[in-house]
Ligand binder design. Structure first.
Ligand code: DOR
Length: 421
């Protein structure tokens, strides 16, 4: 006689119209259909149930940057936004550039994270690529092909060499492709001009040229329609909610809360980006928290970066309610596609799927920064309509419900090259 299920989500509306009970046993879906007894049952008749998001671009900070964010606050923010897996970016201080640094980062996350996680390796001219791969890096990058906060740019020659080595491991290289011109970076318009849309497009082409090895490429945070189309011909394409929902015209000219790399574009370019929706593989937040005090520095000195892990799926779901995009696309781009690209077991409704879900009401509310969990304490998405989850399930356990968190069993997803020491 099998043990009773730990959880049953009853009356889940699946994409395609079928309604099923989703039974969960030992962290994975055991059955989709009629159900029996369980330790806990949640009726989902009035809810939208989604496989939880895998946010493949999150800067969790920590260490000397803990005033901005750390694993405790950042993972709460992720869960409260319906993401149960985050892929941590390696431009920490110090960067994740040695196997020891990677092991220490895994230890830090294991000790403090409430959500599941993976850690990427940084890519510098002297990164021990093979060593990082066997230490458990999930992927390589974001690889800076232009300088950004806490990241120095690689030259074309260095990128070419790195891509050859990453390809030899069979790993994925994620690339920050931009071009930066000299000039006075005094406001959001000049920031957009100095890190221009045309420059981003040229950078995509330059990265493609550097990839004579044929490495699997993933283009991070593409900010315009033309870049999305060009990047799609060379690899997988990621777009952020801030480039989809925000333009620099929505901010006071010198308001550094809207400063980010690549920059927020014009309202017209933002609208054009939506026209490339079908060519976008992944929506990821590029969650890059900085403190409000840092953001209040004179514009040129203020750090670039926008927090977004908690608002990513909620903003997309508001767009679903407005019938702008489909629920199937949100599931695909926020959960299935990143898991597939990265080799993380998929969350979903079929037997064997990772039982990570987020349960949402069917109505939106304006984003209120006071209710968010990132330590940075602000959101440039303030006031936009968003649908926040009522409950979140991680490995079959309810870990977030009506604003309360509990510690479940978060997993570390190591890359395919992991070889335990
Ligand atoms: O605006 C940005 N901030 N872009 C990046 O690529 C890095 C990020 C950060 O780490 O703050």
């Amino acid at each position: 006689m099998p043990s009773p299920c730990s959880l049953i989500l009853r009356n889940v509306s699946l994409v395609g119209g079928r309604v099923a009970d989703i039974s969960v046993r030992e962290g994975v879906v055991s059955h989709a259909g009629a159900s029996g007894p369980a330790d806990r049952t949640i009726d989902c008749s009035d809810l939208l149930v989604l496989p939880a998001a895998v946010d493949m671009h999150v800067h969790m900070r920590g260490g000397t940057q803990s005033a901005k964010e750390d694993w405790e606050s950042g993972s709460r923010s992720a869960l409260a936004g319906g993401a149960t897996v985050v892929v941590d970016q390696p431009n920490t201080i110090p960067p994740i550039s040695s196997p020891d640094a990677l092991h220490a980062r895994v230890y830090e996350a294991r000790s403090h994270s409430l959500c599941s996680f993976a850690i990427n390796s940084s890519v510098t001219f002297d990164t021990p690529v093979k060593g990082m791969w066997s230490a458990g890096a999930l992927a390589f990058g974001e690889t800076f092909f232009a300088p950004s906060s806490y990241g120095e740019a690689l030259s074309e020659g260095e990128l070419r060499t790195a891509l050859r080595e990453i390809h030899a491991c069979g790993a994925l290289a994620t690339v920050h492709a931009e071009e930066v011109a000299d000039g006075n970076d005094t406001d959001l318009v000049s920031h957009d001009r100095l890190r221009s849309a045309a420059g981003e497009l040229r950078a995509v082409e330059a990265v493609r040229q550097c990839n004579s090895a044929g490495c699997r490429l993933h283009f991070c945070h593409m900010s315009t329609n033309a870049s999305v189309i060009a990047a799609a011909a060379a690899g997988s394409v990621e777009v952020t909610p801030h480039h989809l929902f925000l333009s620099h015209e929505q901010f006071e000219p010198t308001d550094a809360l809207g400063k980010v790399n690549p920059p927020l574009r014009s309202e017209k370019e933002r609208r054009d980006l939506w026209a490339a929706w079908d060519a976008i593989d992944v929506i990821a937040s590029d969650h890059a928290p900085h403190t409000r005090a840092e953001k209040q520095a004179p514009f040129r000195d203020a750090p670039a970066g926008i927090p977004g892990v908690e608002t990513m799926v909620p903003l997309l779901l508001a767009a679903v309610l407005e019938k702008k995009i489909s629920l199937a696309d949100v599931i695909r781009k926020s959960s299935q596609a990143p898991a597939e690209l990265l080799g993380i077991p998929p969350a979903g409704f079929s037997p064997g799927d990772r039982a990570d879900f987020a349960l949402y009401p069917r109505s939106a509310l304006p984003v209120d920064p006071d209710t968010l969990h990132s330590r940075c304490g602000f959101s440039p998405f303030e006031g936009l309509p968003a649908v926040f989850p009522r409950a979140v399930v991680l490995g079959g356990e309810v870990v977030y419900e009506e604003g309360e968190f509990s510690r479940g069993s978060p997993a570390w997803f190591a890359g395919k090259g992991f070889f335990p020491r």
